[in-house]
Design a protein around this ligand. Structure first.
Ligand code: CMC
Length: 444
């Protein structure tokens, strides 16, 4: 009869162990009992980059990378992108259910009540160099919010938690737009709560001398959908950073600043910028075959293609491709689009990409849309951060409510020196080439 357990035989000792399997997972703590002697620490799992280790149980987002499925709280991303709004999706992610009309209105109101930032934060923002990267500014200012709201450290007080969640979703677009205007030397624009979440963000970004900014409804909708598509993606690098830093029970502003910092990296939030730079480098349609050849020769990657989890078309990329055409109807066609389409056409027919299951990911077309809408390249990860904020908060809340969680503290395989005694500097030999090489290997 089949049993939900795993039997392990330790060939060092001949001993057999039986460990439970829950949802296709074993607990690595169950390996600790596997020892060669009483003073042995016990077996550890080794998994750099967490390729095969679940760090939590979650009810927020489901991904099936082989089938190209993404669902928030059970709802397919395609349906949310078509029928929901970003604020409604944020409610869904954080509370677990779609709101009724009354609750959605209250949620919208509560978020809008927090779109303004303290006047001192403006001064703080002014302290950054004029050419500071907006994402660096965002990391700093989100972290600084913890000093404005010291009550946020009461992370087990439900009312305080609710307040910080609303503040973070409300203020993120304001901080994002301020970071852009600071780098441009433009005066900051106050939030306009008559506008939608995305519309207000566009106003804070692009309003100049007009009394009231009226966003183009197609661009406003496109941005709202892009925020929905970025709202969560289970245990990605920045979300894991939020959970890990949050596990020390620090306030959520500090935890989300860590998420922003993780998103700043080119392997995470910076790939859509890399796509634009790649398309610009290719320059024209006739250069596409040559570029594909160079990628296949290992001379670089086709940016915006491939994914650690999706081994099929990223479902977000399909939706984004459709939005791109709608946006270009308003902004005019981004000249890089034709190069992107040709790259995609060739790659999807090419054995190299087919064999490796490399398909367009979320970043392949999103940068083209952002660029056409007038966002500079270094704002791309900042836009990602606005969208990802409710996801980070939903995952942070889940982590805080999970009794099984403890402070994140991985183990290591120690491969360094065994015990050695300190040698006073006058007794140390001159550093030999061998030691020099070893010091160099530390690559500080
Ligand atoms: N272009 C060409 N070859 C590729 C690419 C690519 N974009 N991606 C993977 N490969 C090849 C890779 O060279 C390797 O080939 P081989 O087996 O011959 O050595 C094989 O495919 C497997 O690659 P891998 O690096 O082991 O795959 P990974 O799961 O570690 O990497 C990835 C995933 C997203 C980092 C990678 O596909 C990549 O660098 N893509 C381009 C960057 C990009 O678009 N990043 C955005 C990811 S989506 C945003 C998000 O969700 O955060």
């Amino acid at each position: 009869m089949s049993k939900n357990t795993l039997t392990i035989t330790d060939n060092r000792t001949g001993q057999t162990y039986e460990v439970p399997i829950e949802c296709g997972t074993i607990r690595t703590m169950d390996l600790r009992q596997i020892k060669v002697s009483n003073d042995d620490f016990g077996l550890l799992g080794y998994d750099p980059g967490y390729l095969n280790t679940a760090s939590c149980k979650s009810m927020v987002t489901f991904i099936d990378g082989e089938k190209g499925i993404l669902r928030y709280r059970g709802y397919p991303i395609e349906q949310l992108a078509e029928k929901s709004s970003f604020l409604e999706t944020a409610y869904l992610l954080i509370k677990g259910e779609l709101p009724d009309r009354e609750r959605l209105e209250a949620w919208r109101y509560n978020i809008q009540m927090h779109t303004m930032v303290h006047a001192n934060l403006t001064k703080f923002m002014d302290g950054f160099r004029y050419d500071g990267h907006p994402m660096g500014i965002l990391v700093g200012t989100v972290g600084a919010l913890s000093t404005f709201y010291p009550g946020a450290k009461n992370i087990f007080d439900l009312e305080s938690r609710k307040l910080q969640v609303r503040r973070l979703i409300g203020k993120m677009p304001t901080l994002a737009a301020m970071s852009f205007r600071h780098s441009m030397g433009f005066p900051y624009v106050l939030p306009d709560n008559d506008l939608s979440y995305a519309g207000n963000f566009l106003s804070m970004m692009f309003k100049m001398t007009e009394l009231k900014y009226s966003p183009d409804p197609i661009l406003e909708k496109a941005l709202d959908v892009l925020f929905i598509l970025h709202a969560d993606h289970e245990q990605n690098c920045s979300t894991s950073a939020v959970r890990s830093v949050g596990s020390s029970r620090v306030d959520p502003y500090s935890a989300l600043a860590a998420g922003c910092a993780a998103l700043y990296g080119p392997l995470h939030g910076g790939a859509n910028e890399a796509v634009i730079r790649m398309l610009e480098r290719i320059g024209s349609l006739d250069k596409v075959p040559e570029f594909i050849k160079s990628v296949k020769a290992g001379e670089g990657r086709l940016m915006g293609f491939g994914h650690r989890v999706y081994k099929n078309y990223d479902p977000r990329a399909k939706i984004i491709k459709k939005i791109a055409f709608e946006v270009f109807e308003v902004t005019g066609r981004n000249t890089l689009l034709d190069i992107a389409l040709e790259l995609e056409r060739i790659a999807l027919e090419d054995e190299y990409f087919i064999d490796r299951k490399l398909y367009p990911n979320v970043d392949f077309y999103s940068g083209l849309i952002y660029q056409a809408m007038g966002f500079p390249l270094d704002m791309f990860p900042v836009l990602f951060a606005i969208g990802r904020t409710p996801g980070w908060l939903a995952q942070w809340t889940e982590h805080m409510n999970d009794d099984e969680q403890k402070i994140a503290r991985p183990r290591q395989m120690y491969l360094g020196e065994d015990k050695r005694d300190y040698v006073p500097i006058e007794n140390r030999p001159k550093i030999s080439q061998l030691v020099e090489n070893k010091i160099g290997m530390c690559r500080l």
